[in-house]
Design a protein around this ligand. Structure first.
Ligand SMILES: [Zn+2]
Length: 252
């Protein structure tokens, strides 16, 4: 079994320590993608937010040279603060204090190695409060400028324009992103279409998953409303059955 991480030359994950030392000293900014591992209704995988953060950050870092900037992308932090989703199996949450500490220690490490600015590209609303506290402490105690960037702060109007009010958690936008990058992961009938245990790793990756490089160029197209069958909306009021999926038009 092989392990493959999708890194390019601008990724810290592809650098030796000597290369990293030079890159961190000279980069205008290091960028940390942050997501979550949490339920996204019955038709999407738990990694939606993490996949979005990773791919959005890739676009940002690749566009930076056109603006005369150089950026180093850090390995994506997949886990977030998702206690409000713990009713649903598959959700993994860090405590708020733990999450804040993880961000602080990542930022402090970067500051120690000479980075001047840290952007955090966040695609999960639950992360915002501990992230704000971590950013404040990093700037105060470690002298690194920190910019927490929540994805909807710069795209809300376009989201509404493209997807209407159904763009939110597990809605049309997130569904379209999974259709774009991993169409075989989308749809509540997935389990009936795919074996639960692929016999080899190559069988599970060789045909239908979009390759990383193709996915990058594909994401520059305007996402279109999803044709993937969504689960029925269920209000998150705690009064329905334990496993009722959340589908919300206003959650982020
Ligand atoms: Zn999400």
């Amino acid at each position: 079994m092989t392990v493959s991480l999708d890194y390019d030359e601008y990724d810290l994950g592809s650098m030796t320590w000597e290369d990293a030392g030079e890159a961190l000293e000279t980069a205008d900014m290091v960028v940390l993608p942050t997501g979550s591992i949490e339920q996204h209704s019955k038709h999407l995988p738990v990694t939606v937010d993490t996949l979005r953060a990773e791919n959005l950050t890739r676009e940002l870092v690749e566009a930076a040279p056109e603006r005369g900037l150089s950026m180093v992308r850090l390995p994506t932090l997949p886990y977030g603060y998702s206690e409000h989703h713990m009713t649903y199996p598959g959700t993994i949450t860090l405590g708020a204090d733990t999450y804040q500490s993880v961000l602080e220690e990542i930022g402090a490490s970067m500051a120690e190695h000479g980075a001047d600015r840290l952007a955090i590209v966040n695609c999960h609303g639950g992360n915002r409060s501990p992230m704000k506290l971590a950013a404040d402490r990093l700037q105060r105690d470690h002298g690194i400028e920190v910019y927490p960037i929540h994805w909807t702060e710069y795209g809300r109007e376009q989201l509404v324009e493209e997807f209407g009010e159904g763009w939110g958690h597990a809605g049309d936008h997130e569904t379209s992103v999974i259709e774009l990058f991993h169409p075989d992961w989308c749809g509540k009938t997935k389990r009936s279409r795919r074996p639960r245990r692929p016999t080899t790793r190559s069988n599970s990756t060789s045909t239908s998953r979009t390759s990383p490089n193709r996915a990058v160029s594909a994401t520059r197209r305007t996402p279109t409303p999803s044709s993937c069958e969504k689960s029925s909306p269920t209000p998150h009021n705690g009064s329905s059955t334990r496993l009722s999926p959340i589908w919300s038009s206003n959650a982020e």
